[in-house]
Design a protein around this ligand. Sequence first.
Ligand code: FAD
Ligand code: EGU
Length: 467
Amino acid sequence: MASDKTSNVRVAIVGGGLVGALNACFFAKRGCQVHVYEAREDIRTAKVVRGRSINLALSHRGRQALKAVGMEDKIVSKGIPMNARMIHSLRGKKTSIPYGKKGQYILSVDRANLNRELLTAAQQYPNTTLNFEHKLLDCQTEKGTMTFQRPDGNTLETTCDLIVGCDGAFSSVRKQFLRQPRFNYSHTYIPHGYKELTIPPKGNEFAMEPNFLHIWPRNTFMMIALPNLDKTFTCTLFMPFENFEKLTTGKEVLEFFEQYFPDSIPLLGVEALQRDFFQLPPQTLISVKCSPYHISSKYILMGDAAHAMVPFYGQGMNAGFEDCLVFDELMDKFHNDFGTCLPEFSRLRVPDDQAIVDLAMYNYVEMRAHVNSKWFIFRRHVDNFLHLLFPRTVVPLYTMVTFTRIRYHEVIKRWTWQTKVINLGLSVTGVATAVSGVYFLVKYMPDKLNAGLQSWKTFIYHFQKTP
Ligand code: FAD
Ligand code: EGU
């Protein structure tokens, strides 16, 4: 029912991760009665915080969403700007390539801190309650009820006007969607896994240049490092599981690093490397696509629950945050009418989220196929050069993804179009060069042309003769 009054609208948010906590702020700000249910304990009081990826790259889309709930400055002040990538070659040569002009940088943010700040911000609204150690077991989509496992062993059955699934890549809310007729779903595990390692500070300082995204591109293997406020770096090594399986001893790990990432060994430290490498098994990477994102006017999926992606664009959280912002914009536009907002969200957002899922997978395929440090540097220079020549027509793909809010599906359209124009330009230039070359020969060096033609004839003659 369309209404500007929201104070008696009950919204359940399943999952108090990054997207769930941000969404709680959005719905609370709107005046709804917000109930967050999170399976794990409160990370603000938990002794051990375990989970994947310690830090993340925050860019424009994510920042715009944070700004809408008044959280941008707070998060940005605790982020470390990365103005450029630093490419590490096999020989240890370092090359920096800026992301763009001065204001175009991404931020390295601490996942746990971001999650804590968002939960605290949500909790500051009197109309929000946070329920930790409440794991969603089941929801009955016909009745609109949810069943939670509580810490005391009992279950809680409850209902709400809107149920927002922000429960991550292995979403329990999404499981119920699978029973709906005409619900599309697919997922893919890539052959690569990842492992996180830490570069400690050197003396009291960062062991490498802090304001960079450090990259060691080695085709099949790749390592990335992002800076942390405590002057450490978190390195993420991406490698096929079959290669991880071959490394069973500290000696083999050291030899592997000597072969592929020699400059990182003194930074990581031999002992720490050999120990930490075996702390955890390599983590999996999953890509998820589904549609639609809603059921009736009651259930909606956002974040990884709707579109988990491989991390090769640094966009998973950013896209999830943009989901919240887009939904909020729809709530304004349609006066809080869930009956209109939910289908409209699916209509708008499915093509965009699927586009970034595809782009991330595309970049994974490209990186592992032929991206070493030389190729990475070369490609970025070609992009930058073309952008300099045609600043309005040719905008690098990563720029549109990272520094604008151009809809992701538009980004793919523009990029396909640009690539066609560039290729056309190249072939026109090629033909023009060939034509002018022949013209030049005919006009000024007819004898050379004749000799050239003669040698071709001879070549073809011999070629045909050989059995
Ligand atoms: P999650 O963060 O997974 O949160 C889901 C929450 O739901 C969790 O707290 C979980 O405990 C809870 N939950 C799960 N099941 C239930 C249940 N049944 N009941 C109740 N609660 C439940 N993104 C970027 O933008 N930039 C990056 O640089 C970047 N780097 C990445 C690097 C790696 C190695 C990986 C793996 C991902 C990276 N991402 C990055 C992606 C980013 O981590 C995710 O997109 C983001 O965490 C999604 O947030 P979410 O809230 O949707 O899901
Ligand atoms: C992977 C893991 C460099 C954090 C993609 C760039 C990433 C991040 C790139 C991780 C790369 C790759 C881009 C950003 C970002 C680059 C990007 C990837 C952050 C095309 C914590 N990627 N990532 N592209 O351009 O647009 O620098 O774990 F190596 S930030 Cl794979 Cl901009």
